[in-house]
Design a protein around this ligand. Structure first.
Ligand SMILES: NC(=O)c1ccc[n+]([C@@H]2O[C@H](COP(=O)([O-])OP(=O)(O)OC[C@H]3O[C@@H](n4cnc5c(N)ncnc54)[C@H](OP(=O)(O)O)[C@@H]3O)[C@@H](O)[C@H]2O)c1
Length: 294
């Protein structure tokens, strides 16, 4: 298939491009320099050049504080940008795989969110991503709207200045003797590589719709940090932060764990437990370090 990846040099986009290429598909990577998704003509012209059968939209304005400061731009990219991609893919009968977020929920539920739960975003980022979901779902029937969470991977996240949580913890462990990490925010940390594999599996399917797509199980950021240090044998004093010790500038859900109910009901899920995903990421990281030092 001809596959277009939007946000092609991002943390997830790069992983998605290589997963589709690995399966033998003809992949074109669109960076922000190649396409401006909030401009319909830019989307139309870019996609017309390759006539993709599948478009994967990983592009977003997802720096939570910056979205709060620039709600118009956040809506233009996360809402109108998604609509433009849905319009053009609908015109050309292409499938659209669109990435969304756990931040469409308010975190009050306390048990994992399923696709039928009513979203109630707490901030501009979550609101504008939810608007993007609505546009995609109403404009192109051949859609997969894929909500995921707490992504980390081998490629840096462009919006967050490079280091993912795992790399940040390992870097801080070399600079400090003690670390305090929030213990009252719960997520399912999800490797970009697993999301990419999931998108490849979806691209073969016609079970269109809304999907939750994260690793199994959940942890607080403190528990995630503990697992990182345990698995890497890193000696550091790690303590849970006191509630309110690191006040967030923008409201965020305290519990945004997603249940992959729709994926499982269709036997489509490729996800492992979050800890298995972390073990694999760290093993690959160690292997790369060995190769570099050899
Ligand atoms: N990171 C997470 O923990 C997380 C969690 C849940 C959901 N998500 C969702 O996952 C997706 C991918 O995130 P990521 O971590 O891969 O982000 P990333 O590394 O920041 O990549 C985002 C990509 O989108 C591009 N982009 C931004 N605005 C654009 C525009 N107006 N037109 C065209 N391209 C544009 C960026 O290019 P420039 O950098 O050059 O602008 C970048 O290549 C996003 O949809 C995000 O909402 C992320």
């Amino acid at each position: 298939m001809r596959v277009a990846v939007i946000g092609g040099n991002g943390q997830l986009g790069r992983e998605v491009a290589s997963a589709f290429a690995h399966e033998g598909h003809a992949v074109t990577n669109f960076t922000h320099q190649d396409v401006e998704i909030y401009a319909l003509e830019s989307v139309r012209t870019s996609l017309a050049a390759i006539r993709p059968e599948v478009v994967v939209n990983t592009a977003a304005f997802h720096h939570v504080e910056k979205c709060e400061a620039e709600p118009g731009l956040a809506f233009a990219i996360n809402g109108i940008g998604a609509r433009n991609l849905a319009l053009v893919t609908a015109e050309t009968d292409a499938k659209l795989l669109h990435i969304s977020t756990d931040y469409v929920f308010d975190g009050q539920k306390g048990t994992p969110y399923v696709e039928e739960d009513v979203p109630a975003p707490l901030n501009v980022y979550g609101n504008t991503k939810l608007s993007g979901e609505f546009f995609v779902r109403s404009v192109n029937p051949r859609h997969f709207v894929v909500r995921t969470s707490a992504i980390y991977g081998e490629n840096p996240c462009r919006a967050k200045g490079g280091l993912n949580f795992v790399e940040l913890m390992l870097k801080l462990s070399k600079e400090k003797t003690e670390l305090r990490v929030v213990d009252d925010e719960f997520v399912s940390p999800t490797p970009a590589a697993q999301i990419a594999q999931q998108l490849v599996a979806m691209s073969r399917s016609t079970d269109y719709g809304l999907y939750h797509a994260t690793t199994e199980g959940s942890c607080s950021w403190f528990e995630f940090a503990s697992a990182i240090f345990e698995l890497t044998n890193t000696k550091i004093r790690l303590e849970p932060a006191r509630p309110g010790e690191f006040p967030a500038k923008v409201a965020r859900p305290k519990y945004s764990v997603l249940e992959n109910r729709a994926l499982k009901s269709k036997s489509l899920s490729v996800f492992t437990h979050w800890k298995v995903g972390l073990e694999k990421y760290l093993a690959r990281r160690a292997q790369t370090a060995t190769l570099i030092s050899a």
